[in-house]
Design a binder for this molecule. Structure first.
Ligand SMILES: [Zn+2]
Length: 339
């Protein structure tokens, strides 16, 4: 394993000196660590409260909708698999799993998706965009950072584009089928506990969607629009906007334990992807492009958060982030996109 450590990194988390706005004190601790300190203590104290809130929310909605209680954005990765397992085994919800096929879902991930949904007796929808559309969107975002800088701190352009389609597609399905809850498998480093149980609303979603669409050049706006929420839906379904939940923010999170528990439902650690994504064959190339343009790894914010929270060891975090991207995986995606 090659560790590329040309950066000076924070002695507490793992943010590098190339991260925008970073400063270090005499001990080499970064300003982000200091800023997060209080928020972290507060978040840790809130976990029990959030579990109770989720129990209450589920009690209110379970069994009321026509067919499903919750739709889960399901990539086949360990975090969304674990979220699915939690919602099924702890609450016995009626679940619809939703998988977005971006043409880079690994064959191994599909095997996991099929095994897990069979084992948990969960219905699954697979949504696949046509390859010419995928190729155009991912080629564009491989070559250019089209989103605002604040977005680029947390994810690559390619990942942001993909997730930017997944969210409205899942919401659209929830609205059409009258599903009261939408679940995501965000890790505790990806999204804060404050947003872990949140009623969505048309106005906020509309703003987010407009901002996302605005980032695309004119010739691609038409392609991406097809995967967004039709404007009429904000009015027609305004009473149906669901709750977004991401339970991993407040349930105990330990990667090794999660993998062991997932083994019991047929999920296996993939052998065909890189260290940061267990399901997407585009991920290594997305990271590679982001590192070249921005000078830092697009997952460093998430992993630094998890190091501060104590859910990932600092050494392990360093290995995840400062290991060179798998050259074969980078070449595979680059070639497929014709770049
Ligand atoms: Zn730090």
């Amino acid at each position: 394993m090659v560790i590329n450590m040309s950066n000076k990194i924070c002695t507490k988390c793992i943010l590098p000196d190339t991260f925008p706005g970073i400063k270090f004190d005499d001990q080499g601790v970064c300003n982000y660590c200091k800023r997060e300190e209080k928020a972290l203590a507060k978040a840790a104290a809130k976990k029990t409260e959030y579990k109770k809130r989720l129990d209450d929310l589920i009690q209110t909605h379970q069994g009321k909708a026509p067919v499903y209680d919750v739709i889960v954005a399901y990539s086949g990765g360990k975090d969304s698999s674990y979220t699915l397992k939690l919602l099924k085994e702890r609450y016995d919800l009626r679940i619809l799993a939703f998988t977005f096929d971006n043409h880079f879902v690994s064959p191994f991930a599909f095997e996991n998706i099929n095994r897990v949904t069979d084992k948990l007796q969960t219905d699954l929808i697979q949504f696949r965009l046509p390859w010419p559309a995928g190729k155009q969107l991912f080629s564009l975002t491989a070559q250019k950072d089209i989103f605002p800088e604040a977005t680029m701190l947390r994810a690559s352009s390619i990942c942001t584009t993909c997730i930017g389609m997944v969210k409205p597609l899942v919401l659209k399905t929830a609205l059409e089928m009258s599903i009261p809850m939408v679940a995501f498998g965000w890790s505790p480093g990806q999204a804060p506990i404050q947003s872990a149980i949140m009623k969505t609303n048309p106005a906020m979603n509309r703003r987010t969607q407009d901002a996302f669409l605005k980032s695309f050049p004119e010739e691609t706006k038409k392609i991406i629009s097809r995967y967004l929420l039709p404007l009429s839906y904000f009015e027609i379904y305004k009473e149906r906007f669901p709750y977004n939940i991401h339970p991993l923010a407040f349930f105990d999170y330990n990667e090794e334990k999660i993998k062991i528990e997932l083994n019991t439902i047929g999920w296996e650690v993939p052998s065909d992807t890189d260290t940061n994504s267990s399901n997407c064959l585009l991920n290594a190339y997305a990271n590679h492009c982001h590192i070249i343009r921005n000078g830092f790894h697009p997952y460093v914010w998430e992993i630094a958060n998890m190091v501060r929270q104590g859910v990932v060891d600092r050494e392990e975090g360093i290995e995840k982030i400062y290991t060179d991207q798998n050259a074969e995986m980078v070449a595979y995606a680059q070639e497929k996109l014709g770049l």
